[in-house]
Design a binder for this molecule. Structure first.
Ligand SMILES: [Zn+2]
Length: 283
């Protein structure tokens, strides 16, 4: 199944007990976003705080029952040519005519999903439909947060094209586990999201720009520690290679700042998208 990190498949089978950064990271992002809302919206959503944090990872499990869900979580920018991706335009209809739906789905739809969900959230606010408001807040927050993960914006999404298999999880699980307990927000203004499609593309570009930082860090550490990827022990349940602690200490030191910045920015962006949808609904 495309784009479902192995640890999530295992978790889906085994339940909450093994949840690592996937859920923890999404919950952290929603919790920090909720703290940054303007007072009127904060008071409207105040009683739903716990729900919005606890359900931050739900969209990852919507894939279990919705075959259309998976492409909503990523965009492989470099499937449209090397930067600046000459075959990519933001006009969905034009992309559809050019590539067809199956190709677009295979390369990821998150850029176009985010504006759609934002529109649905505006409608839900207008209708004061509490159920729909919560569902669309969760969806919008999750997709915006996913787009901040560098490996959600690149074809080499798990290091499979550079013999660095499993780097997706090593970055978002192990590195985040090490930085989350002390990760603080820095103050920043919420952004006005006048063009959600363009704003989403800008987030994807920032994510894409950090992929090589993470790949290079992993590659150098493996070289310097003389790690043979093929002979690493395998986790008996999760089946992926188990890297030594010496690797993770260096990997977290070198890529932790990237993870911290992406998660902090994700919280600001989620707060900005939620607030913009609410503002739009009152016009
Ligand atoms: Zn996701």
């Amino acid at each position: 199944m495309r784009r479902v990190p192995i640890y999530l498949l295992v978790l889906a089978l085994l339940g909450d007990g093994l949840f690592a950064w996937g859920p923890a990271g999404h919950k952290w992002i929603h919790a920090r976003a909720l703290e940054r809302l303007p007072p009127p919206l904060a008071s409207i959503l105040g009683s739903q705080r716990e729900y919005l944090v606890e359900h931050a990872v739900d969209p990852d499990f919507w894939r279990d029952t919705d075959g259309e869900e998976s492409p909503r979580h990523f965009i492989d920018l470099d499937k449209y040519g090397d930067f600046p991706f000459p075959q990519l335009t933001l006009d969905y209809e034009q992309m559809l005519r050019r590539f067809g739906l199956e190709k677009l789905k295979a390369n990821g739809l998150v850029l176009w999903t985010i504006p759609q969900v934002m529109t649905r959230l505006e409608k839900a606010f207008r209708a004061a439909d509490q159920h729909a408001i919560l569902r669309e807040l969760v969806a919008l927050g999750h997709y915006v947060a996913d787009l901040h993960q560098p490996f959600h914006a690149v074809a080499n999404y798990d290091g499979q094209l550079s013999r660095q298999w499993g780097i997706h999880g090593r970055f978002e699980v192990e590195v985040a586990n090490r930085i989350l307990p002390t990760l603080q927000m820095r103050s920043a203004q919420l952004e006005e999201i006048s063009d959600p499609l363009k704003a989403s593309f800008d987030i994807a570009l920032e994510s894409f720009s950090r992929v090589n930082v993470i790949l290079v860090a992993d590659w150098k550490i493996v070289r310097d520690l003389k790690i043979d990827r093929d002979s690493l022990p395998r986790d008996p349940e999760k089946k992926f290679a188990v890297y030594p602690e010496s690797y993770f200490r260096l990997f977290a030191a070198r890529t932790g700042p990237v993870a911290a910045w992406r998660m902090q920015h994700a919280a600001w962006a989620v707060a900005s998208f939620w607030t913009q949808a609410w503002n739009n609904s009152r016009k």
